[in-house]
Structures are given as C-alpha cells and as structure tokens.
Design a binder for this molecule. Structure first.
Ligand SMILES: N[C@@H](CCC(=O)N[C@@H](CS)C(=O)NCC(=O)O)C(=O)O
Length: 209
C-alpha cells in the first residue's frame, strides 16, 4: 500500500494519475498548501522541501518526494509507462526532465504573475508568457510526428499533461497548437486521468478546449 501526500495542483495530479494508470492501491492524504499544511514536522520528515507531492511505499519502507523521482520510481517498480530499451528509456527521461526543468517552473511563474497578480510586474508577465509560448511551440513540434511525447504513452506524458490542463490560466489558445490540442484531448479521455485529476478532491471538471 502506498500513501500519497498531495493537493489539487499539477504536480500533485501527476502522481494520482500515475497511481490510477498503474492500478496500484493507495491512500490519499490531502496536504492543504493554502493553509500551510506542507510545513508540519510530520510532512517535512518525508518531504524536506515542504512541497507536495510525496509518497510512502510501505512495501519497501521507502518515502520519496519530487514528482519526477516519484514517477520514475513507480515506473521502475511496476515496469510500466517506461520502455526497457536504453535509448527509448532515455528519450522518456529527456522529456521528463524537460517537463521538470521547463514546463513546470515556467508555467508556474505564468500562474503567479499572469493569473494571480496581473498588472503588478509587466516585465515578468511578458517574460514568462513568451517562455510559455516557446515551450508550447516545442511541444507542438514534437507532437506533430509523435502520437505521444516519447514513443508510447509514458511518464513524460503523465508529467506534462497536468500542466497543459491549466492552459486557461496561462491564457493559451490551444487551437494555435493543434498537435498539443490533439494530444491533450486524447489523454483527457483516459479513465485513469479522469480519476486521478479529481484527487484529493474535485475542484473542476477537466478543462476542455
Ligand atoms: N519540483 C517539485 C515541485 C513541487 C511543488 O512546487 N509543489 C507545490 C504545489 S504544485 C507546493 O507544494 N507548494 C507549496 C509551497 O510552495 O509552499 C515537484 O515536481 O515535486
């Protein structure tokens, strides 16, 4: 049994979607980051960076934080959503790292400056909006000749999709990125994604373009 510490955010949803895809049993522990629950001493023991998501895998007596590390661990533990062949595996790792280092942090800044504090920092709004469009362009180009990001559906897609699901917060018109739109809708239709999206609680339906 796995304990999942999470909240209603893209990084949290990556892991609930992954657990649903794998069909692994798990117990959800909501960590309300709006109320500071990420700073409690018990949570810091498993997530010293005071951020969700984190898991405890009781089968291995092992805790883990950082969503990318959690996805890699669960893929390796189950042998799913990650190819075995070396080059194919590193194609997935490459795009997973792109998500962790680019899509997540940059779109997170767009949410901060464009959605929550518009007009407060025009330079930051322009900088991160431009970067968001650049990243959407990279993804659109990739998906022009790939059904999924790195071959078959993989943890690279699981990591990236929840951030794209906030396209409205980012003021992105998905019709400008038709390959991203096609990929986004296909993944939105997966039953595991529909279930995992609503963990730890329902906030909205999956946004549809
Ligand atoms: N690189 C981390 C980022 C995690 C992260 O930023 N989590 C946010 C929610 S999406 C959080 O817990 N924020 C709490 C805070 O800022 O105090 C990961 O991918 O797990």
């Amino acid at each position: 049994m796995i304990d999942l510490y999470t909240w209603t955010t893209p990084n949290g949803r990556k892991v609930s979607i992954m657990l649903e895809e794998l069909g692994l049993p798990y117990t959800v522990h909501p960590v309300d980051i709006g109320k500071g629950a990420q700073f409690t001493s018990t949570f810091l023991e498993i997530s010293p960076n005071n951020r969700i998501p984190a898991i405890v895998d009781h089968e291995n007596n092992f805790s883990l934080f950082e969503s990318g590390a959690i996805l890699l661990y669960l893929a390796e533990k189950t042998g799913k959503l990650m190819p075995k062949e070396l080059k194919a595996r590193y194609r997935v790792v490459e795009w997973l790292m792109w998500q962790m280092g680019g899509i997540g942090p940059m779109l997170g800044q767009v949410h901060h400056f464009v959605k929550y504090h518009p007009g407060k920092a025009p330079y930051a709004e322009q900088r991160y909006t431009k970067e968001a469009h650049r990243l959407y362009g990279v993804l659109d180009k990739l998906l022009a000749d790939h059904e999924y990001m790195a071959g078959d559906y993989s943890i690279a897609d699981v990591a990236t999709w929840p951030w794209i699901s906030r396209f409205e917060w980012q003021q992105i018109d998905l019709s400008k990125y038709p390959n991203v739109k096609r990929w986004y809708i296909a993944i939105s239709n997966r039953p595991a994604v529909q279930k995992g999206y609503q963990i730890p609680k329902k906030v909205t339906e999956i946004p549809m373009p």
